[in-house]
Design a protein around this ligand. Structure first.
Ligand code: ATP
Length: 779
């Protein structure tokens, strides 16, 4: 078998049989789940099975339940939907259907079932498990199976994975597929915006979500839509009046386009459904006082489900699939049925039924018009994002302004290379500032711009923001206010300190990568010498390298991963004619192997080389031998080429070109190898929906954090370590970490990365799933 990773320790024990199934509506990333479950199960010494066509296959049995080999799931990461089929199954609602299903499981010797589906599928799963002993008894009692046959199957292990584009299950921040659907929606809205703007039109865009407004809300956040309708939170008053006011205000400001996003299940305060046609009629109303906009309706429909999964869903599906196999293997008859969730960046096991019940309660709350309860039952991110959205769309409303003396002048600066989401972050922060009465000021082109062009030119480097312009930045790539790598010490610390004094900044908001981290550290350290630097400062990490200490995620890194994943998909596909080709692809990331590793997870790389681990001749040798074995065993199942990812700084000696040459030479014409360097493509064109949404949420949190210190905060700021800090996602939380705590203990300065990389363990998963053999560690 190609499953070189098969653990020999567990080989002697009788093999456990683990089955995986996809059920309910399909979602992108389900195939990643199946691949991960099949391979992890085999790796752990179990037999892997797929149940085709959801519960229907379980009830039908026979050929619907198939054993899977390692190579059967090759290439599945880059497939959309589910390749093992899914169906709605009426029979499984009945005990008779579940009885047959139980019999089929036992006849196939299956001990455990991993189900990827929505809340309906998971409810069915839990019912099946709780009924299991009685089903088994009945099968014996009615003579369908013997006591001996059922003896090893007294108890059924079930683990759930949430596959759904709606993101409608409580207890997890994201369901497998929701970010792909969101990406698709944002892409479509971006297209529509161009034409809307050209004709000065209004568009009403309907997105999926009967009880859950996550897609509509996030699409609104990511695209800066003018108005959204979600089931959980209808407008407080008359929605018609509300929408007209907002749209009129935006048009008055000079906006040429109007985008309204409506979830399928949107309703008003009284629970009456709001249809796209009603919205359109209102926008197009030509009677006196009407908006009279040329309005079109676009219903996105099933494109939202379609297509291949974004990098995030491939990672989520894969990591959760691996975790699910571990969970079934660890479970005892006493263990409560769990599902695998993600909270911020942490994959966790949670009680299944609690989540299902909460989701049902939520749907009921919406039906019962208990909207406060509905919002409460959503996770904190949802509520946060709702507030973010309301802030960014209702900028000019006066009722949230702070008293005059509490209003601050806040300098905005981007530092380092551009990263997807930088503009979305600046836009959201500006919106929040305006809404609160602060004065946001753009420092153009980083500290270099600040230092060199501050003189009395009419368009100097320090300028107020023009909201009409900024409002259009939600989906823009690059950095609209300009970014630069120069550090304050390069520009001259005294000059920077004087400028901060001269402009009377009460706070500084930095967005950028490791240079920005370095910059804020320098500013903090120079406070003793320059009292004007005693103002609160905070950094929102934004870099494709994701190498900023204090956070496990920086905005821009998701965009980069998507670019890499699509790039690798295409390049693998290009080998489909010859099939026997290995691509060695060089990734960016500086001295951080994050991007290489996570892209490796999302494309199923045969090997990943990172600076953290370094490279050696033994390693290369082991990988070349592994490739030889893989191609020797490949009986033509592979549909595309293979990929090796190497970070640009993984080795001083070996680069992509050299590795490709070595492989080519060693392959002796049995297969071939090419190098490929995507370069700056990795910065991405349009930022990913996830980067945009997270940018908005985190940026607003940053300004709120600065706000805590108030105006003229000099004296107490100096004593408060939190006054220079980095916002970050750490495990399951969003936190501000003081720079002092990170500078010494958390930062590997020479290598420009955090001392401890949270993702290092993921490298083992990449290897396990590609069957890469263990190799000698470099000395
Ligand atoms: P989606 O998010 O697409 O709605 P879902 O998993 O909620 O996905 P459902 O159609 O509700 O989709 O459920 C899929 C299948 O799960 C059903 O066709 C049925 O076979 C089974 N199922 C759902 N609910 C139950 C239940 N209460 N008891 C037994 N089986 C169920």
């Amino acid at each position: 078998s190609v499953a070189a990773g098969t653990s020999t320790a567990t080989m002697a024990a009788p093999k456990k049989k683990i089955a995986v199934m996809t059920s309910g509506g399909d979602s992108p990333g389900m195939t990643a789940v199946v691949r991960a479950v099949v391979r992890t199960a085999i790796h752990m010494g179990c037999d892997a099975y797929c149940v085709y066509e959801g519960y229907e296959g379980l009830v039908q049995g026979g050929d619907f339940i198939r054993q899977m080999e390692w190579h059967d799931v090759r290439g599945w990461l880059s497939e959309g939907g589910t390749l093992i089929g899914t169906a709605r199954c009426m029979a499984f609602f009945e005990r008779a259907g579940r009885l047959t299903a139980a019999k089929n499981m036992i006849l196939n010797g299956i001990h455990a079932l991993i189900i990827c589906g929505g809340d309906g599928s998971l409810t069915g799963a839990d019912k099946f498990r709780s009924e299991w002993p009685s089903l088994v008894d009945e099968l014996v009692a009615n003579g369908e199976l013997t006591k001996d046959q059922v003896a090893p199957f007294t108890h059924l292990n079930i683990v759930g994975l949430v596959g759904s584009i709606d993101n409608d299950l409580s207890g997890t921040d994201a369901t497998i597929g929701c970010y792909s659907a969101l990406a698709r929606i944002c892409e479509m809205v971006d297209y529509i915006e161009a034409t809307a703007s050209s004709h000065s039109r209004a568009f009403v865009i309907e997105v999926m979500g009967r009880h859950c407004g996550w897609l509509a809300l996030m699409a609104g956040v990511a695209t800066g839509a003018d108005f959204i309708f979600i089931p959980e939170r209808p407008q407080d008053q008359d929605w018609k009046a509300d929408m007209s006011t907002v749209v009129r205000r935006h048009r008055k400001m000079g906006k040429r386009k109007t985008i309204v996003i409506v979830a399928e299940g949107a309703r008003d305060r009284d629970g009456t459904k709001i249809t796209p046609t009603e919205i359109k009629d209102l926008l197009a109303d030509k009677s006196e006082g009407g908006l009279a906009l040329d309005t079109r309706i676009t219903t996105l429909g099933h494109v939202q489900r379609g297509g291949t999964a974004v990098a995030y869903d491939r990672m989520l599906g894969t990591l959760q699939g691996v975790e699910a196999v571990k969970a079934v293997l660890e479970a005892t008859p006493e263990t409560e049925t769990c599902f695998i969730a993600i909270n911020e960046n942490k994959i966790v096991r949670k009680p299944l039924m609690k989540a299902v019940q909460e989701s049902k309660a939520l749907a009921k709350a919406v039906d019962d018009k208990d909207f406060d309860m509905a919002m409460q039952l959503r996770d904190t991110e949802f509520a946060d994002q709702y507030k973010s959205y309301m802030t960014t769309t209702n900028v000019m409303v006066d009722d949230r302004k702070l008293p005059e003396k509490a209003r601050m002048k806040i300098g905005f600066v981007n530092v380092g290379a551009p990263a997807g989401g930088m503009n979305a972050a600046v836009r959201a922060a500006v919106a929040y500032c305006i809404a609160r009465g602060h004065e946001p000021v753009a420092i153009h082109n980083g500290f270099a711009g600040f230092a060199r062009h501050h003189d009395d030119k009419p368009l100097g480097a320090v300028r107020p923001f023009d909201w009409l312009e900024v409002d259009g930045w939600a989906s823009k790539g690059g950095s609209e206010i300009g970014t630069n790598r120069e550090l304050p010490s390069d520009s001259g610390m005294e000059l920077i300190a004087n400028l901060i004094e001269q402009y009377e900044f009460d706070a500084l908001f930095l967005v950028g990568g490791f240079e920005a981290f370095h910059a804020i550290s320098q500013l903090r350290k120079a406070r003793d010498e320059y009292p004007s630097l005693c103002i609160p400062m905070t950094l929102l990490p934004a870099t494709i390298s994701n190498n900023v200490p204090g956070t496990e995620y920086s905005i821009g890194s998701d965009t980069c991963l998507n670019e890499l994943v699509y790039y690798c998909d295409k390049i693998k596909q290009s080998a489909s004619a010859t099939r026997r080709r290995v691509f060695v692809i060089e990734t960016q990331g500086g001295r951080s192997g994050y991007v290489a590793t996570l892209a490796g997870l999302a494309v199923g790389a045969s090997a990943v080389y990172t600076p953290e681990e370094g490279m050696s001749l033994e390693m290369l040798n082991a990988d070349v031998n592994h490739l030889k074995e893989v191609f020797r065993n490949d009986k033509g199942q592979s549909r595309a080429g293979r990929v090796i990812l190497i970070n640009e700084k993984a080795s001083k000696v070996y680069d992509a070109k050299l590795i490709a040459s070595i492989i080519r030479d060693e392959a002796h014409d049995r297969f071939e190898s090419r190098e490929s360097i995507p370069g700056h493509v990795q910065q991405g064109g349009v930022p990913s929906a996830m980067d945009r949404c997270r940018a908005v949420r985190l940026a607003i949190k940053c300004i709120k954090h600065l706000e805590l210190f108030g105006r003229n905060a000099r004296n107490h700021v100096k004593r408060d370590p939190a006054s220079t800090s980095v916002i970050g996602i750490q495990g399951s939380e969003v936190v501000f970490t003081p720079m002092v705590d990170l500078e010494e203990s958390g930062t590997d300065w020479p290598n420009r990365r955090p001392k401890a990389a949270h993702w290092l363990g993921i490298r083992n998963t990449v290897d396990m799933l590609s069957g890469r053999p263990p190799y000698p560690k470099p000395e």
